[in-house]
Design a binder for this molecule. Structure first.
Ligand SMILES: *Cc1c(COP(=O)(O)O)cnc(C)c1O
Length: 395
């Protein structure tokens, strides 16, 4: 191939043809725990990795392989593997590369579950964790240079949409001989490809935008084969394997990934602007807004600014409790990236694990609402918000 195919074409076609069967035009869901071999020599060759095939469902499965090929192509990676959830992708990657005595450097604003791995589980294994202020590139560079094994980044972050310059940190990580892992869940491969910026490994919670329909859990890891193979081996033994039915939902969802993400960006951009000028809203967090502290980096690093924003209401938590129940076209739920607009206070969603003191330390306002734009008409979303926010004027 002379030119890389456009992402919108890859979402539809990548990873499909190699896995079809019986002349069907769609990839089958292979609900089989094990694979039967009449020829024992052939079985032995597959088991030893000398011939292509599948042995047992915890290790590999054709439907999962198709899903893995699709995300691999979308991230422009050499290899990919999958997991039961996004958290399994993150934890298995950390447990594969970190040993007692090692050091990992990350940021304070990672996803709540990721933050728990860093604050609870890794320290118990005598792994030193340093979490820098998100967006403070100098602090990150300094900590990475002190020596570290793994750097874990997320950009944009959940829920305050902070941005880290991937090229800049990748350079320092390389010099320090550290692996740079990037959670690309919020941007999706449509908006940002961290491997091109110098990251070693890219993770997705496929549960969010990749699946896109809030009906299946999953996670992925993409990168160089010799790295992905090591994490695959950890996963196949430790068992956080994805279900084939879930993998099928991911494959089907991903065919419309580009369409959905473009529409979600349209809506998020306009909602962010609309809320910015609303008197009841005290602050809007969205990397596409010119007043975002790292708008310039986002502009350079991302193709667009994403489908998620967050906002704080001047009336605090009391106002949030009045406004959110009045939204007609939004699920009040702990999810994001779905075709339906989804809203929720940060303290019930991404940071449900955090105490009020921890939220304060993270600079997350008590009344912060995460708004994940769906694919509805912007006019309807705007009217819905206007209508819901109007209750604050009534009292
Ligand atoms: C949801 C999420 C995760 C965890 O994914 P699960 O599939 O729920 O385990 C990790 N990172 C980010 C940024 C997320 O939004």
């Amino acid at each position: 191939m002379n030119k890389r195919t456009e992402l919108s074409t890859e979402t539809v076609w990548a990873g499909e043809k190699d896995y079809r069967a019986h002349g069907a035009s769609q990839v089958p869901v292979v609900n089989s725990v094990a694979y039967e071999y009449g020829d024992l020599d052939h079985w032995y060759d597959v088991a030893k990795g000398r011939a292509y095939g599948h042995i047992y469902g915890r290790n590999t499965n054709p439907t999962l392989a198709s899903f893995e090929d699709k995300i691999c192509r979308l991230e422009g990676a050499e290899a990919a593997t999958s997991f039961s959830t996004g958290m399994a992708a993150i934890s298995n990657t950390m447990y594969t590369f970190l040993r007692p005595g090692d050091r990992v450097v990350s940021i304070k604003d990672t996803y709540g579950g990721t933050n728990r791995i860093f604050s609870d589980f890794l320290p118990h294994m005598n792994i030193e964790v340093t979490l820098c202020e998100t967006g403070d590139h100098e602090a990150l560079e300094e900590e990475i240079r002190k020596s570290c094994k793994v750097v874990h980044l997320e950009t944009p972050t959940n829920p305050t949409l902070k941005i880290t310059d991937l090229e800049r940190i990748a350079k320092v990580a390389k010099e320090a001989d550290a692996l740079l892992v990037v959670d690309n869940t919020f941007a999706t491969p449509i908006l940002q490809n961290p491997l091109e910026s110098g990251a070693d490994l890219v993770i997705h919670s496929a549960t969010k935008f990749l699946g896109g329909h809030a009906d299946a859990l999953g996670g992925t890891l993409c990168g160089a084969k010799h790295l992905v193979d090591q994490v695959f081996h950890y996963r196949e033994i430790n068992g956080a394997t994805m279900d084939p039915n879930g993998a099928y939902l991911m494959i089907r969802g991903m065919k419309t990934l580009d369409l959905r993400v473009q529409k979600q960006c349209d809506n998020a951009e306009k909602v962010a602007e609309y809320l910015s000028s609303h008197p009841a809203v005290s602050k809007v967090f969205y990397p596409g807004l010119a007043d975002h502290p790292n708008h310039d980096i986002a502009k350079r690093q991302m193709r667009r600014y994403g489908g998620v924003l967050s906002f704080a209401l001047a009336g605090g938590m009391e106002a949030v409790k009045k406004v959110l129940p009045r939204l007609e076209f939004a699920n009040r739920a702990a999810n994001l990236g779905a075709v339906e607009t989804t809203v929720g206070p940060a303290n019930t969603t991404s940071h449900v694990e955090s105490t009020p003191e921890e939220l304060d330390a993270l600079g997350i306002p008590e009344s912060l609402v995460r708004y994940s734009a769906g694919i509805e008409s912007f006019e309807d979303l705007k009217n819905d918000l206007e209508n819901a926010l109007a209750i604050l004027e009534e009292s």
